[in-house]
Design a protein. Structure first.
Length: 251
């Protein structure tokens, strides 16, 4: 299966048969964790003599799962994250398929963040038309990101000036392999979030940020078709399983 679209007068074909999963699942085994949020809990449902566990003699599995989207795996969030219950992801994420560019950026070890300078060098005008979605893979790209205990580690973040560049280039859907685009501890300022969503001055309602992704080294920087693939949860954020589809050829 393939998908063909025209960008700037050129036909581009995407491979739909081999999706690249860049998500980190909500799981009990080797769980990722951030912001001191508790790990996800999977508890078999019980009522009367019924138990939702095949291992405990039940006829089927039925778990009650308790988790926090912002810290237990890949999640997509909307402006409601900083604006409150007036906005939910179900309202804000209207389309899930987008053209995307994957870039790899080194996080500045001194400043512990992705700087505007580094972002601009990895994402220059030579890459062509700015696209609605941007996927940022940071270096070092340790596979342990899939199960990293980020809490209390002061993980890298997106410098406000870098986020301003992302805003100016029209990105509507930003995906990063970090726990947050803001520092772990900033007194609740959340400056990068506010810049991206332009809250409260001029809210960009139909835009999203996806955090805690992981892009394997073998996936090449470049043009992709992206399916954000977020769960239908009526909240500011929901678990998501973003998929990338490779651009096969130009014609």
């Amino acid at each position: 299966m393939i998908c063909t679209t025209t960008i700037d007068g050129e036909l581009k074909t995407f491979d739909l048969q081999h999706p690249i999963d860049i998500s980190i699942p909500v799981t009990e085994t080797l769980p990722v964790n951030a912001f001191s949020l508790p790990p996800a809990i999977f508890t078999p449902f019980r009522v009367g003599t019924f138990v939702g566990s095949v291992e405990e003699g039940g006829s089927l599995r039925c778990d009650v799962i308790t988790f926090a989207p912002h810290g237990n795996g890949t999640h997509t969030e909307c402006v409601g994250h900083i604006a409150g219950k007036q906005y939910t992801l179900l309202q804000c994420l209207q389309n899930t398929l987008h053209l995307a560019r994957l870039i790899t950026v080194g996080a500045d070890s001194g400043q512990n963040c992705v700087t505007a300078k580094a972002l601009g060098e990895s994402w220059s005008e030579e890459h062509g038309k700015w696209l609605p979605a941007l996927v940022v893979r940071t270096l070092p790209n340790d596979p342990r990101k899939r199960s990293m205990a980020w809490s209390g580690s002061n993980p890298p973040f997106i410098e406000p000036e870098a986020m301003q560049l992302i805003l100016e280039r029209g990105v509507q859907h930003l995906l990063v392999d970090l726990p947050s685009v803001d520092p772990e501890k900033d007194g609740g300022v959340l400056k990068a979030h506010h810049i991206f969503w332009q809250w409260p001055e001029s809210p960009r309602i139909h835009t999203t940020i996806t955090e805690l992704i992981y892009v394997p080294d073998e996936v090449q920087d470049g043009l992709y078709l992206l399916n954000i693939n977020a769960s239908a949860v009526d909240a500011d954020a929901a678990p998501s399983r973003p998929m990338l589809y490779e651009c096969l050829r130009l014609s």
